[in-house]
Write a protein that binds this ligand. Structure first.
Ligand code: FAD
Ligand code: NA7
Length: 459
C-alpha cells in the first residue's frame, strides 16, 4: 500500500491490445483486493482495439490526426488464434462454442473487446485524447494531452508512463530510382484497405514479410491478373500459385515498367510498398524514445519493457510479434507488479547484465523456429514473475510450427486448418466456408450457420 501511495498516478498511452492488457492487469489486481493507483489511459481514437479498430480512412482521420490502423477490410488472422489466446479469457468463454482457427478481424476485435467490456475499465480511458508530449520531471512525468473534441490542451503530472502506441502504424517508405514516373496506383501497405480494385491488374508488392505475403494472397483472391513480390534479402520461398512470383530487388522504374536486379522487367498497374514500419514516438523526447529495427529483442528495454534510461517509463508490445495478445498480457502483468511493488526491479547494473544476456541469446537466433522459441522463453520469464495464469508455451510453439508447415504446404488454404487450444483442449472447427471463397468477412456471417459437420468438441 505504501508503494501504491508513492506511485499515485499512472498514464497509459494507447488503448490497443497492449494498453487494454495493462487495463486488465490492474483490474485483475483490484479484483484481488490490492490497492491500485489512479489509472488514466489516453487513446486518440473514439474506440479501443488499436490496429483491430478498423478505419476506412487513409492518411488523416476525422480529427486531423494520422490514421493509426494499417488493417484492411478483409483481413483474417494471419496466425492461429490458439497462439494468441488470453490465458485468463479463453475463446470458449467468449464465444460459448468452438470457432475456427483463423477468424476475421471483426471477430478478433469482438474477442479482445469482450474481455474488457465485462469489467468497468472503460472508465479509465479518455477517448479522443492525443498525447502530445511527455517530459521528465523530478521522479515523474508531465504529460501534455489534447482533447480532440473539446479542443483543449492540458498538462498533468504522472508518476509512471506506459507507452502502448504500437509500432506498425508509421510506414517505412523507401525511394526507388524513377518511381516518380510510375503512372499507376502507388501506396504503402498502411494505406491498403481492400484488394477489390486489383482485379484484372498486374500488381507489384515490395517486401518479403507478412504484409507482402498477405496482401499478395488477398490480391490473388480478389482476381488480380498477376502478383509479383520483390525481395531485398531473401524470398519468402512459398509455393505460390501460377500467377504469383517472387523477384529480387527493384533496380529502377521507367514509367509503368520495372527493372529488377536480375535484369528482368515487368509492367505493372499498381504498386504497394510492403516495406514495414518505423518505431516512431513523436510525443517523446529522443532520450526516451525507442529507436530500433523491427526485431524480437529491441535494445535498451530491460525484460523487453523497462526503459533503460528511466525505469519509470515502460513500453508494451515493442517487439516484433510471433506471439501477440498473450505476450502483451505477460508484459502488462509484469509492469503492473513493478508499479505495485510486488515485483522487484533489479539495480541498473543488474538490469544491464540481464539485457546483455538476452541480447546475446537474441543474436544467436538462427532460424524462424528458433525465434518463436526465443519469444516463448521471453514470455515464460515474465509469466513466472507474475500471477498471470500459466499456459503451456511449448505447446504454443508447436502450434506455430504446425502453422508454418501449413503455410509452406499451401499458402491459399492454411487458414482452413484447425488447431487445439492449449488452455481448454478445444479443437477448432473447420469453418463453414474456405477462406479462399469467403467474400463476406463480417462477424455476423462468420458466426452464422454453424458448421454442418461440427466435429469440434470440448475435451
Ligand atoms: P496498436 O494495436 O497499434 O494500438 C496502439 C493504440 O495507440 C492505437 O489505438 C492508437 O490510436 C493509440 N495511439 C497511438 N498514438 C497515440 C497518441 N499519441 N495518443 C493517444 N493514443 C495513441 N496480430 C495478430 O495477432 N494477428 C494478426 O493477424 C495480425 N495482423 C496484423 C495485420 C496488420 C496489417 C498489422 C499492422 C498488425 C497485425 N497484427 C496481428 C499485429 C498487431 O500489432 C497486434 O495484434 C496488436 O494490434 C498490437 O497492439 P498494440 O496495442 O501494441 O498496438
Ligand atoms: P516487416 O515484417 O517489418 O517486413 C518488412 C519487409 O519490408 C521486409 O521483408 C523487408 O526486407 C522489406 N523492406 C524494408 N525496406 C525495404 C527496401 N528499402 N527495399 C525492399 N524491401 C524492403 O513488416 P510487415 O508490414 O510485413 O509486417 C508488419 C506487421 O504487420 C506484422 O506483425 C504482421 O502481423 C502485420 P528485409 O527482409 O529486411 O530485407
Amino acid at each position: 500500500a505504501g508503494k501504491a501511495a508513492l506511485t499515485a498516478r499512472i498514464a497509459i498511452i494507447g488503448a490497443g491490445p497492449s494498453g487494454m492488457a495493462q487495463l486488465r492487469a490492474f483490474e485483475s489486481a483490484a479484483r484481488q483486493g490490492l490497492e491500485v493507483p489512479e489509472i488514466v489511459c489516453f487513446e486518440k481514437q473514439d474506440d479501443w482495439g488499436g490496429q483491430w479498430n478498423y478505419n476506412w480512412r487513409t492518411g488523416i482521420d476525422g480529427y486531423g490526426e494520422p490514421v493509426h490502423s494499417s488493417m484492411y477490410r478483409n483481413l483474417w488472422s494471419n496466425g492461429p488464434k490458439e497462439a494468441l489466446e488470453f490465458a485468463d479469457y479463453t475463446f470458449d468463454e467468449h464465444f460459448g462454442r468452438p470457432i475456427s482457427s483463423y477468424p476475421p478481424r471483426a471477430v478478433l476485435w469482438d474477442y479482445i473487446n469482450g474481455r474488457v467490456s465485462k469489467t468497468d475499465v472503460r472508465k479509465w480511458v479518455r477517448f479522443a485524447h492525443a498525447v502530445r508530449w511527455v517530459k521528465e520531471v523530478d521522479g515523474g512525468f508531465e504529460v501534455t494531452v489534447e482533447d480532440l473534441r473539446a479542443k483543449t490542451t492540458t498538462t498533468e503530472r504522472f508518476d509512471r508512463v506506459v507507452v502502448a502506441t504500437g509500432h506498425f502504424s508509421v510506414p517505412n517508405v523507401p525511394d526507388f530510382d524513377g518511381i516518380e514516373t510510375f503512372p499507376g496506383s502507388l501506396r504503402h501497405a498502411h494505406d491498403f484497405r481492400g484488394a477489390e480494385a486489383l482485379a484484372g491488374k498486374d500488381v507489384l508488392l515490395v517486401g518479403a514479410s507478412y504484409s507482402a505475403e498477405d496482401i499478395g494472397v488477398q490480391a490473388f483472391k480478389m482476381g488480380a491478373k498477376s502478383v509479383t513480390m520483390s525481395y531485398r534479402t531473401a524470398p519468402m520461398g512459398l509455393d505460390w500459385p501460377d500467377s504469383m512470383e517472387e523477384l529480387p530487388l527493384i533496380e529502377r522504374f521507367e514509367g509503368e515498367t520495372v527493372r529488377f536486379s536480375n535484369g528482368e522487367t515487368r509492367r505493372f498497374d499498381a504498386v504497394i510498398l510492403c516495406t514495414g514500419y518505423l518505431h516512431k514516438y513523436p510525443f517523446l523526447p529522443a532520450e526516451l524514445a525507442l529507436d530500433s529495427p523491427n526485431n524480437v529483442y529491441p535494445e535498451r528495454l530491460y525484460r523487453g519493457v523497462v526503459w533503460e534510461g528511466n525505469p519509470h517509463l515502460y513500453y508494451l508490445g515493442a517487439q516484433d510479434q510471433w506471439f501477440t495478445f498473450n505476450m502483451f498480457d505477460a508484459q502488462a502483468w509484469y509492469v503492473r507488479d513493478l508499479i505495485l511493488g510486488t515485483a522487484e526491479l533489479p539495480s541498473a547494473a543488474g538490469r544491464l547484465q540481464h539485457l546483455a544476456e538476452w541480447q546475446g541469446r537474441f543474436r544467436a537466433i538462427g532460424s524462424a523456429a528458433d525465434e518463436v522459441r526465443f519469444q516463448a522463453d521471453y514470455i515464460r520469464d515474465l509469466v513466472d514473475a507474475t500471477d498471470y495464469p500459466e499456459f503451456d508455451l511449448d505447446r504454443v510453439v508447436e502450434v506455430f510450427l504446425a502453422w508454418k508447415q501449413d503455410k509452406k504446404e499451401n499458402i491459399l488454404t492454411y487458414r482452413d486448418g484447425v488447431h487445439t487450444s492449449v488452455l481448454t483442449g478445444t479443437e477448432s472447427v473447420v469453418h463453414h466456408t474456405p477462406w479462399l471463397s469467403e467474400l463476406d468477412d463480417s462477424l455476423e456471417r462468420y458466426l452464422s450457420e454453424p458448421a454442418e459437420d461440427e466435429t469440434a468438441r470440448i475435451v
